[in-house]
Ligand binder design. Structure first.
Ligand SMILES: [Mg+2]
Length: 422
């Protein structure tokens, strides 16, 4: 059996380029929340040596001079593109473990002498044709090898986006080309420790004495080394564990000081969280709301409050009512708040509803509620978030995230679909 790691190249930038042809082949960077710093770069921007994590305000003029295009992060777009990518991969792979927004492990249970090259090339072409983003495919005996192979697929131009460590003529020489810092699971500290020991490449890590590795980082290190040697120690996690908690939080574009604004922000987060719960077919048994000032504020203030619900729920109205009571408890005058959030806890599946011996549930009424909320979710999905909203979220939100350079919601909002003139 072999494992493939399939990874979207420069995913956020590629999503933007895929939907706006004028960005293709141009240097492009994506900014973090509130247009803070650079979180993604197109291949062209990488070539200009623009580094990740740089604050936008510091390099704004430099970017202008270099002709780099700037976009605010459009997470609705990236999330939707990710779902499309994963759906396509799922129908073209035997088993798939979705590892992150743009990465998935796939198992290939072919005979040992089978060359998965044609399958990989076909998959790459299919994704490009259907979703318009480039992917890299790395193949190895296990997850750790697939990760390394993926790096070689991406960074060595002659590999053209696909690399199979199992079919390689001289796998050792490839492993030798990978610096220790780039091995999956080796953090900065551990890489430093390895270098002090003269272990500077993936190959040297594979061949170093196991007892040294065990003494330094326990079973995790030994497992990694065994994987580099070809054993399979980390099985695919195919079935998703149901989530136990769901959190929605944001930093404000500017500090807020009134209870009204905090209520708006918390209500907005609750509306999102409730929608998430319904999409996950879950109900929350408890809610926590929290807020804080900037970490450097003097005096620093942070506060949270929790309520246990009598009956677990994903009904926005019930969750709003409970959380707004809590909001009054966490608010303090004269504290400039820069962040607030909600945490949905004790989640349970909608397939099992805990009954309450004192609270009678009217089935007819709860069915109607469910239908109403489903309709609201569908309308918001089709016409864009906020098409139907709760008045308590407010109409103009002074604290809303700064996103001055946001691209269109081309895949999720019907009014923003790209128009092709033929
Ligand atoms: Mg990626």
């Amino acid at each position: 059996m072999a494992i493939a790691l399939i990874d979207g190249n420069n995913f956020y930038a590629s999503c933007e380029q895929s939907l706006d042809p004028s960005l293709a082949g141009r240097p492009l960077v994506i900014l973090s929340n509130n247009d803070g710093c650079i979180v993604a770069r197109s291949a062209e921007a990488r070539k200009l040596r623009i580094r990740m994590g740089q604050p936008y305000f510091k390099i704004r003029h430099e970017l202008e001079r270099l002709g780099v295009i700037v976009r605010s992060s459009n997470y609705a777009l990236y999330g939707d593109m990710s779902q499309r990518l994963m759906n396509l991969l799922e129908s073209n792979c035997e088993q798939l473990e979705i590892y992150s927004i743009d990465e998935a492990f796939a198992s290939l249970t072919h005979p040992l002498d089978y060359d998965p090259g044609p399958w990989a090339r076909q998959l790459r072409a299919l994704v490009h044709q259907n979703i318009g983003i480039p992917i890299s495919i790395g193949i190895g005996a296990n997850k750790s090898q697939a990760k390394l192979a993926n790096r070689l697929a991406k960074t060595v131009a002659t590999n053209a986006g696909i690399f199979d460590l199992l079919m390689a003529k001289e796998p050792d020489s490839w492993l030798e080309a990978i610096p220790i810092e780039s091995v999956w699971g080796i953090g900065r500290k551990l890489a430093h420790w390895c270098r002090m020991k003269g272990v500077t490449t993936a190959l040297q890590l594979r061949d170093m004495p196991s007892n040294q590795l065990r003494a330094k980082c326990g079973i995790a290190g030994v497992r990694l080394q065994r994987e580099l040697r070809g054993e399979n120690c980390l099985p695919l996690a195919i079935t998703l564990k149901p989530k136990r908690e769901t959190c929605v939080s944001r930093s404000f574009s500017q500090p807020i000081t009134s209870l009204g604004e905090l209520r708006q922000a918390i209500a907005t987060h609750i509306v999102h969280a409730a929608k998430k719960l319904r999409a996950q077919s879950q109900r929350a048994g408890a809610i926590t709301v929290f807020t804080r000032t900037s970490l450097s504020a003097k005096p620093y203030y942070n506060k949270s409050a929790t309520v246990k619900l009598e009956l677990p729920s994903n009904d926005t109205e019930i969750l709003l009512k409970e959380s707004l009571t809590l909001t009054a408890q966490i608010f303090r005058n004269h504290r400039p708040l820069i962040k607030a959030g909600v945490l949905m806890q004790n989640l349970q599946s909608t397939s099992q509803l805990q009954q309450h011996c004192l609270l009678r549930i009217n089935e007819e009424k709860s069915r109607k509620r469910e239908q109403l909320l489903k309709t609201i979710d569908q309308l918001n999905q089709r016409y864009g978030d906020g098409t139907i909203n709760w008045a308590v979220c407010g109409i103009s939100q002074s604290w809303e995230m700064r996103r001055e350079k946001l691209s269109r919601a081309s895949t999720t909002r019907i009014t923003e679909i790209p128009i092709a003139i033929a």
